[in-house]
Design a protein around this ligand. Structure first.
Ligand code: ACO
Length: 181
């Protein structure tokens, strides 16, 4: 639309079909239906949807972008060696971003930036949360630029991390440290 009005909200069960469709459209990896069920029902998963309220009624609440994430115990994570532990604060956690994307027609308007900022803001408000981390395929320049702009740090290159159509691809591991990590 000419004057988009982008809002951010949690993903809910009404988003199921659209969420599955966007994942199919923009990711080379297949996700199981249990994954989508956990996302829309908020089972062990936190999520944010971007919607454009300026669209006609039947589309005004339809996903145009999303980010899904889960909690991981810092000590059980693959970056446990990078975390500064403070036992007085209880069990340290991290937020791991699972999937994240914006539909093509809404790209380059800062929506992805806002979605990841929502995750960082949420994580920063939790005293036990030490950071936000994710994997990204090594040739995804758009996403890599975005993480760098948001002050994520690239801490590892994982050789052959992704297996797509019988080909292996490297991944980068990016971390945004919070609360003194
Ligand atoms: N080339 C280079 N840098 C880019 C590009 C691009 N095509 N697109 C975005 N960026 C970077 C820039 O630094 C940009 O800031 P700037 O415009 O001020 O320079 C910054 O990202 C923010 O751009 P946004 O407008 O917020 O990004 P957008 O809403 O267009 O979405 C996204 C970016 C999510 C990567 C989108 O291209 C997409 O959905 N791609 C397909 C799915 C995907 O790759 N998801 C991430 C996978 S990793 C994971 O899921 C954990």
């Amino acid at each position: 639309s000419l004057c988009p009005s982008i809002h951010y909200r949690p993903i809910n069960p009404n988003d199921l079909d659209r969420l599955e469709q966007i994942h199919r459209d923009i990711f080379p990896i297949k996700y199981e239906s249990e994954f989508f069920q956990s996302v829309v029902n908020g089972v062990d998963i936190v999520s944010w949807a971007a919607v454009d309220r300026s669209r006609p009624d039947d589309h005004s609440d339809e996903l145009i972008g999303f980010v899904t994430a889960k909690f991981v115990l810092a000590k059980d994570s693959e970056i446990d060696d990078l975390i500064h532990y403070d036992s007085s604060k209880g069990e340290e956690t991290l937020i791991y971003i699972l999937t994240f994307g914006v539909v093509e027609t809404y790209r380059n308007r800062g929506i992805a930036m806002s979605l990841i900022s929502e995750v960082i803001k949420y994580a920063s408000g939790l005293s036990v949360c030490r950071g936000v981390y994710l994997h990204v395929i090594a040739h995804n320049n758009a996403a890599i630029c975005l993480y760098k702009r948001l002050m994520f740090r690239c801490v590892r290159r994982l050789h052959g991390f992704y297996l797509i159509n019988r080909h292996h691809f490297d991944a980068f591991l990016f971390v945004y440290f919070i609360n003194g990590s």
